[in-house]
Design a protein around this ligand. Sequence first.
Ligand code: AP5
Ligand code: ZN
Length: 222
Amino acid sequence: MTYVVLMGGPGAGKGTQAKILCKKLGLPQIATGDLFRENLRENTELGQLARTYMNGGDLVPDEVTVGMVKERLSRPDCANGALLDGFPRTISQADALETLLAEMDERVHIVPYIHVNPDLLLQRLAGRWTCSACGRVYHVLFNPPKQDGICDLDGSALYQRDDDTAETQKHRIAVYFKQTAPLLDYYKNKGLLVEINGEQSIEQVQKELLQVIKESDRQRTD
Ligand code: AP5
Ligand code: ZN
């Protein structure tokens, strides 16, 4: 039973790491950005509501985001834990998460924070390509697909996200420092934050993330 909150700025590698971690740990990934993008694709009411915020690089209002996470956490696959990627992003979302988990007699167990400096965050976002079918992310320089524009795993086309324009990327990073970075102290004060150097290879970051999550599990079962 582990509830993990994965933190890091836009482009820090949360999605990249979450996909591998969830497979290894057998946990469902709750990525609010992915959930919103699914709703955008299917043109649901939620998607229509989120579109303007996302394309401008602003946060979708808390009540909308919390409602969506509440529904997701209530599904049976989350009964044994989950990995949250991109949520919470404000103090009010973090308080709401605490309440939601308390209703299930649960709590957040660990908050790994993937630290990457802003200049590198921008480079990461600028070169990102995502698989239209499986959501795997690539980078033109740091993590290229074997064949340009094609996913290694399933041969589907890669695309660039609508919110990955130069202007929106800068704005998302600014929004992160203003609205989300205060959460680092919030979780530090609760003794849950563990910083990981995100400027290492994908494999090394993965190894360190697995280590800290397993260590936190071990301490609770001892
Ligand atoms: P979201 O989809 O969550 O975007 P984000 O936080 O900006 O994060 P990213 O997905 O851009 O980056 P990442 O950290 O996952 O990095 P990645 O693994 O792709 O949110 C999008 C929008 O949705 C928000 O702006 C907001 O509007 C809305 N939203 C979502 N959640 C919300 C919430 N809770 N409240 C309100 N609104 C919300 O990696 C980036 C690149 O780097 C890739 O190309 C990758 O290949 C490469 N890379 C990764 N790791 C490494 C490494 N170690 N070395 C070299 N390259 C690497
Ligand atoms: Zn794919």
